[in-house]
Write a protein that binds this ligand. Structure first.
Ligand SMILES: [Zn+2]
Length: 181
């Protein structure tokens, strides 16, 4: 009897958890992480420019490290990026296309050696950060990209601070910073 009760309690808990997750992921259309808001949406005031998508354009525009991180999915060594301990108020934009990605208000010290944010920047409910599954190096991770130009930004983990519980682990080399005026 005890075992059955335990089993049904576990089964109920499982169903409840699955239902909760289904609602959240359905709301944001992202099947990789439990975002509470849409991560595949696009800010309408940042239009991608097709002429800027050629490889030679990025080679010319970016430093070798910025190119390696954003266009070749590289990772800067921890504790080396210029925004790891950066605490000014403002917005972090894509180093490639200047789309606003993160606000300083969601930046926190994760101790990992990379700039960390608990949420993407949202304007009118939409963000420029998209996510997709990344199975490289034998790991199951969620890659964060710039929705506008497809730049690799870093990875997203679900061990961040409340209320989102998210940790966007982002390379400094993929970011620019615009100080709040
Ligand atoms: Zn971009």
């Amino acid at each position: 009897m005890f075992a059955i009760r335990q089993l049904s309690r576990t089964a109920f808990g499982f169903v409840a958890k699955q239902t909760e997750k289904a609602i959240v992921t359905q709301a944001c259309r992202c099947t990789y992480v439990t975002h509470t808001r849409g991560c595949f949406s696009t800010l309408k005031d940042v239009e991608p420019d097709p002429s800027k998508t050629s490889n030679s354009y990025w080679v010319k525009k970016l430093t070798p490290e910025q190119y390696n991180v954003t266009r070749e999915k590289g990772t800067e060594p921890p504790f080396t990026g210029k925004y790891v301990y950066h605490n000014e108020k403002g917005s972090y934009t894509c180093v490639c296309c200047e789309a606003p990605l993160f606000s300083s208000s969601t930046k926190f010290d994760s101790g990992t050696g990379w700039p960390s944010f608990s949420d993407a920047y949202y304007k009118e409910g939409q963000s420029n950060v998209s996510c997709r599954s990344d199975l490289s190096y034998g790991m199951v991770r969620t890659e964060a990209l710039c929705k506008q130009c497809n730049a690799h930004l870093g990875h997203v983990f679900e061990d961040g601070p409340k209320p989102t519980g998210m940790r966007y682990c982002i390379n400094s080399a993929s970011l620019s910073f615009k100080k709040a005026t």
